[in-house]
Design a protein around this ligand. Structure first.
Ligand code: COI
Length: 396
């Protein structure tokens, strides 16, 4: 399979999209996104929040939201922080008809000393820009994006649960708002950010999941947009997920091509540990255009390369197939497996249904997760909660 990063510029040129997506960016025309221009209008008194242990993922929202409007003619208007509430959009807005929507998931953490920290916010800004440009929606200066997020989070500080495993989940979203049915690049857009106080993805620690490897539905393909965080990539995954759930699986393991390359696990990047030549190999699929450029994925790879003993470990970004997983599991060469993403950080995998058989993936019986799964979860969590001082952790 040819690397998509090599093929994408040619593909976009062929579709006339590369030029278009650049010509609609505010970087070239109109006012730039400017965090210093933000206006703030606060609510009079905060609503009641559920106690932390009752917080379900993404169901409670903070009292404010951040909005920044963009027009092709004038570029970015002054951003606004306003009370949380419904948006008023024309029913013909392009987001509703042609899926001009992309988003991010990021978190703010309250550390032991009460300070608030973001985890690699620049990575989310960069990825949102890539998603947005691919949809011919506007882009922005990542530093201004980060400053706006910092300003917004500092206003919502008091609703961040002060407990390990808890955080404020942030959802930056970009939508096309031009009111017209012509299929064209959006001439108006809205960047908005909402925030949701959340607890651990799985109450009570790790919950190892059973995956059904999908040989029918495909999440992403070369030349497609599976590497971008577009809402349109998520909705079509739900029906296969419901079918998998009917058969007792928690999530779908997404495969690609006649070779059944392993790509992603549910909404997460997938990692496997194999035994190899007396060493262990940590493997994840390469960023070939079918894989979301996960911030947690990138962080795990960087920390693993830095911290695992190279006499014992190989860290690989390479193609691997579900048949390789099945064959190596039969030989006792699969050590552990996990999914990685912002919401759950890491999610251990205990079983994979493939071609009518269930393949067992080892776990440490007492921990419900593999040894490396547990180790990387601690590496990331220690940085996020400021237990370990690290440049990825950015104070608000
Ligand atoms: C993540 O874990 O990073 C995700 O993308 C999940 C989110 C869509 C809820």
């Amino acid at each position: 399979m040819q690397s998509l990063s090599k093929r994408l510029p040619a593909l976009l040129r062929a579709q006339g999209l590369q030029k278009r997506s650049l010509s609609t960016t505010s970087a070239l025309f109109g006012a730039k996104l400017d965090a210093s221009k933000v206006t703030v209008s606060t609510i009079e008194s905060r609503k009641d929040y559920p106690s932390p242990e009752k917080l379900a993922f993404g169901k409670t929202f903070s009292d404010h939201m951040l909005l920044a409007e963009w027009t092709e003619k004038d570029g970015w208007k002054a951003p606004q922080i306003v009370p949380y509430g419904p948006l008023s959009l024309d029913p013909s807005a392009s987001v509703f008809h042609y899926a001009f929507e992309c988003f991010e998931g990021m978190k703010a953490f309250k550390t032991e000393d009460g300070s608030v920290r973001l985890f690699r916010p620049d990575m989310n800004g960069k990825r949102l820009n890539k998603s947005s440009a691919r949809l011919a929606l506007p882009t922005f200066d990542v530093e201004e994006f980060t400053k706006l997020i910092q300003k917004f989070v500092s206003l919502e500080k008091e609703v961040i649960p002060h407990r390990k495993g808890y955080s404020l989940y942030l959802r930056p979203t970009m939508i096309g708002t031009n009111a017209e049915l012509g299929v064209k690049h959006p001439s108006k857009a809205l960047l908005y950010v909402i925030a949701s106080p959340v607890g651990p993805y799985y109450a009570g620690g790790f919950k190892a999941v059973r995956l059904q490897a999908s040989t029918e539905a495909v999440r992403a393909w070369p030349g497609g947009v599976g590497d971008k965080k577009l809402g349109g990539n998520y909705a079509p995954t739900i029906l296969p997920q419901i079918e998998a759930a009917k058969q007792g699986y928690d999530q779908v393991l997404w495969l690609f091509g006649p070779e059944n390359y392993v790509t992603e696990a549910g909404t997460m990047n997938a990692f496997f540990v194999f035994k190899k030549d007396g060493k262990k190999e940590l493997v994840t699929a390469p960023l070939d255009g079918t894989i979301l450029e996960g911030v947690t994925r990138d962080s795990i790879l960087a920390l693993a390369r830095e911290r695992l003993n190279p006499d014992e470990w190989i860290v690989s970004e390479r193609l691997y197939t579900m048949d390789e997983v099945a064959e190596r599991a039969a030989k006792g060469e699969v050590v552990e497996a996990f999914g990685a993403g912002t919401a759950a950080i890491v999610s251990p995998i205990k079983e994979i249904g493939y071609k009518g058989k269930d393949i067992a993936i080892p776990l440490q019986a007492d921990k419900g997760a593999g040894e490396l799964t547990e180790t990387v979860a601690k590496w990331i969590s220690d940085i996020q909660y400021g237990v370990e001082k690290h440049p990825w952790s950015v104070e608000v």
